[in-house]
Design a protein around this ligand. Sequence first.
Ligand SMILES: [Zn+2]
Ligand SMILES: [Zn+2]
Ligand SMILES: [Zn+2]
Length: 270
Amino acid sequence: MDTETKLDITILGCGTSTGVPVVGCDCAVCTSEDMRNQRTRSSLMLEWNGHVVLVDTGPDLRAQCLREGVKRVDAVVYTHTHADHVHGIDDLRPFNAAEGADIDIYGSWHTVRRLERTFAYAFKRSDAEGFCPRLEAHSVDGAFDLFGLRIVPVELEHGRGSVLGYRFGAFAYLTDCSHIPAAAAVKLRNLEVLIIDGLRFKPHMSHLTIDAAIEAGRDLGAKRLILTHLSHDVDYPRHNHRLPAGVEFAYDGLHLSLDIALKEPSAPPM
Ligand SMILES: [Zn+2]
Ligand SMILES: [Zn+2]
Ligand SMILES: [Zn+2]
């Protein structure tokens, strides 16, 4: 029997790989005092049924967790292995200590293998010296259940590479994508909220432009569209009100809540 509960979504960061302000840049956005123009690297926190799950662990993870008062992390779902999405992995250590347990991480086979190679010390108990993260890797190949919630990975194009987007009930998070293939689009119908890559106005080979992201959201029929992974070309107070109805730019700390149906909470898959 399904149980109704809330999915709480917090944008930990909505910046592109450099973050905004960009180091050394004096443009109007980088020198803006509007907090919505100050973007840490892209990452998301999801909470349901007492569990906390992150999507990615970017280099600003520590500051993001302090800002949001994060007390626990039960699992991390990875989109891909670009540095701006993984290099805060060591900042998971306090959550290992708080729970006294390993943290389960999920991603494509390719992502998980690469994380195991790059951060081998976090996965091999016997080699570990000092204060290391303790992670347990699970590669996903299709939908899986986590703490009672069905999670649907969707494969997206990201320049010449690929990335996983994820659907959680009527919500989906598609960061770092340049194209949504038809096989992914069929899994992204009837969304209440879609957070999608909308890097900047000008074209980029690995990311959707703002216009292309809005068009993709419309094609999918998402009711509320939030653009993320934003560069310093986006000036929130100047540009946000010019977006079409139902479309908005993300900002760090943006919080929303959705109703979801949980199956009986089950153990994470091996
Ligand atoms: Zn990125
Ligand atoms: Zn700038
Ligand atoms: Zn990327």
